[in-house]
Design a protein around this ligand. Structure first.
Ligand code: T1G
Length: 669
């Protein structure tokens, strides 16, 4: 199949790119465009050239799968130069999303026309990159410094209307006649001749750059690419000669391209998409139709889970056992939506519409007509088995019965019904209406279509769904405990909560294990029997009434604004517990904290793969980035483990006395 075909409409030559699914600028597309432009320039009957795309979108960027491989076909910048220096006007006809190298291709075209629904952007920053084919130098010449700085450093696309308003495009086509409108527009451009973006002056003020850096300091902490993008936009303002700016951009691009952050973020781009695929699933697997959802439990999790469906227009019946709890749960859902509305995310009509889709109930019988029921009750196997036993008699045949359990054995829950094939886990992460990760836990008897339906509904409600196998803690929590155990041990051996947490936040996590403990609440699961001697530091903290952020004191002290400060009382409790455990305090390095806490997690990931509890290593990376805040520029624990080196990890684990996974040992050999 030819990636670029040509057709002629009178004196207009039309180059049509056809490289599904997103018309990426693969080497054969670059070759086809180059050949097409040459053909148009040689043909005297041709007075102007249109570049358009077949399929769902205009060019969505360079072909990311080609990165890091030996170059093939014409160099991207050479092709852009062929377009830019063409002696006849070249017009870009844009639909779908013109992104990255795709937008850069339009920038070297002499004119641009787009349909109203098109979006135009430079999302390279999300891949740890920057628009490396002149985007940072040409955008400021069309839309000005401010708009270019925002587009390149945040990576969000703008609408065709905004593009027209800011000068990024010249004309809007009608939604359903882009091809014809583009040819007509090209005819208008013949008399005008080529107009070179590179010759336009840079407009605007670079003050926006410091403003963006200040506004995004927290979000960009640890990332290289946003700052590199802004340095390049500043260079456009400082270098009237675009060649100097292009040279600066090239150098900055190559630094990012050869760095580990971009490799990690490109890995995650594909990992996220891979996670949606279920290996071995028959192609003709039909999904079950989910028109109505039931949620059991109106607490934090049940309420959050419910919100995911309501905001996608899916009706939910939410069931509690006690009216007061039901009323509170519904009130919290409304309050959350109203808070979002206050921030402009919803109109009050939308809030009422979503709340109108919610049916509160005190009876499980009201779930009889639901297509999917998600149980989010107390984390007790007995309670869950009782609930599923009742659902088995109440719910219609074919209804999917899911548990939101975060640890428990989904097979055992399924066995409490007569329909284990319809049962699986859907483990949401708190707050369930915010966190993107959804672990879909496949029971031994879960039917293929049930699994596929759960994955699809997860995507529909905006989650990143990952298939997990049944084991204690599935993928994420199972690895989390491998991090928590050594963290607690290091506390006893002499590290302070602050030192350990700082190692994690310096690594790129939003918070460390002891900050997390304070946030979650130290008294969760605490036996509350104050007559008993504490068996660990958390119990000692609870005994001292230090429950965490909730009552202003835990491993840290908190003021009314929840600002965290080290706590002398907490350190004294740790010291007292350490001495009563006859532990000798010693100096501990940050590197030891990394190796003791993160290497066992990587090892657990290999065990999870050996046991078939995750489909692929990149799924484990997705779990940790979207469920626990592992920094995306480090690519997830398995990707990071590869960068650390299996040999180094194995040697450290063996020094720690950790049982090393056979597959990890084999990798180190
Ligand atoms: N290269 C290769 N494959 C790509 C791709 C790309 N740029 N974009 C998408 N795919 C694949 C993707 O892996 C998936 O494959 C399929 O297409 C559908 O994608 C020099 C250096 C365009 C908004 O960052 O944002 O240009 O799983 O599931 O939801 O300055 O894809 O089917 O096998 O996401 O409809 C800059 C990235 C590149 C845009 C469509 N461009 N893509 O979303 O489909 S770097 C980007 C997207 C660059 C230059 C620089 C989205 C989309 P599979 P999908 P979608």
């Amino acid at each position: 199949m030819q990636s670029v075909t040509t057709s002629q409409d009178g004196e207009i030559l039309v180059l049509s790119v056809n490289n599904p699914p997103v018309n990426a600028l693969s080497w054969h597309v670059r070759q086809g465009i180059s050949d097409g432009i040459e053909q148009g320039l040689k043909d005297d009957s041709v007075k102007a050239i249109v570049i358009r795309c077949e399929g769902q979108t205009f060019i969505a960027g360079a072909d990311i799968t080609e990165f890091g491989k030996p170059p093939q076909g014409p160099d991207f910048n050479a092709v852009l130069n062929t377009i830019e220096t063409a002696t006849k006007p070249v017009i870009a006809a844009i639909h779908g999303t013109a992104l990255g190298g795709g937008l850069e291709t339009t920038l070297v075209c002499h004119y641009r026309i787009a349909v109203p629904s098109a979006k135009l952007g430079v999302p390279e920053v999300k891949l740890g990159l920057l628009p490396g084919a002149g985007g940072t130098q040409r955008l400021p010449r069309l839309v000005g410094i401010e708009q270019a700085a925002v587009m390149t450093s945040l990576g969000e696309p703008i609408s065709a209307q905004k593009a027209l308003d800011t000068g990024l495009i010249d004309k809007l086509a009608s939604e359903d006649s882009l091809a014809a409108d583009a040819v007509a527009f090209a005819r208008e451009c013949v008399a005008k001749g080529p107009r070179h973006t590179r010759d336009l002056p840079v407009k605007g003020d670079t003050a926006i750059i410091a403003k963006l850096e200040a506004e995004n300091a927290r979000k960009w902490k640890g990332f290289d690419a946003p700052y590199a993008n802004l340095r390049c936009v500043a260079a456009a303002a400082e270098n009237p000669n675009i060649e100097d700016g292009l040279k600066f951009e090239r150098a900055e691009f190559m630094k990012l391209m050869t760095g580990s952050q971009s490799a990690a973020q490109r890995h995650m781009f594909f990992a996220e998409r891979q996670a949606a695929k279920i290996d071995g699933l028959p192609k003709d697997t039909q999904l079950r139709d989910i028109k109505k959802v039931g949620v059991i439990g109106a607490g934090t999790m049940g309420g959050g889970i419910t919100m995911n469906f309501l905001q996608k227009g899916i009706p939910v019946t939410i069931v509690e056992m006690v009216q007061e709890n039901l009323d509170r749960g519904v009130a919290v859902i409304r309050k959350n939506y109203e808070a979002s509305a206050a921030k402009g995310r919803y109109t009050s009509e939308q809030v009422e519409k979503m709340m109108g889709l919610l049916t509160p109930s005190l009876s499980l019988d009201d779930l009889a007509d639901c297509d999917l029921v998600i149980e989010a009750v107390y984390e007790s196997m007995d309670v869950k088995k009782d609930v599923f036993g009742k659902l088995d008699t109440i719910c219609k045949p074919g209804a999917i019965l899911a548990s939101n359990t975060s640890y428990l054995d989904v097979n055992e829950i399924a066995a409490s019904t007569s329909r284990p094939q319809d049962v699986l886990g859907m483990h949401f992460f708190s707050p369930a209406n915010v966190m993107k990760l959804l672990e879909v836990v496949r029971g031994d008897k879960t039917a293929d279509d049930v699994l596929a339906t759960a994955m699809a509904i997860g995507k529909k409600i905006g989650k990143i769904a990952v298939v997990a196998g049944v084991c204690h803690g599935f993928i994420g929590n199972r690895m989390l405990s491998q991090r928590q155990i050594p963290a607690n041990a290091l506390l006893m051996e002499g590290a302070s909560p602050e030192q350990i947490d700082n190692v994690f936040t310096d690594f790129g996590f939003p918070m460390g294990p002891f900050q997390m403990a304070d946030l979650a609440g130290m008294d969760i699961g605490w036996h509350r029997d104050t007559s008993l001697e504490p068996t660990n530091v958390r119990e000692a903290m609870c005994l001292a009434g230090r429950f965490g952020q909730k009552n202003g004191k835990g491993f840290y002290d908190y003021d009314e604004k929840r600002n965290r400060t080290p706590s002398a009382e907490a350190l004294a409790i740790i010291e007292d517990f350490r001495s009563r455990s006859n532990m000798q305090k010693r100096e501990i390095t940050d590197q030891e904290i990394i190796e003791r806490c993160l290497y066992p997690m990587v090892n657990e990931g290999y065990l999870i793969l050996e046991e078939g509890k995750a489909q692929r290593a990149s799924d484990i990376d997705v779990v940790w980035i979207y469920g626990y805040g592992w920094p995306v520029y480090r690519g997830g624990p398995m990707f990071w483990g590869d960068l650390e080196g299996a040999k180094k990890i194995v040697e450290s684990l063996e020094r720690q006395g950790v049982k090393v996974a056979e597959s990890l040992k084999a990798k180190a050999a």
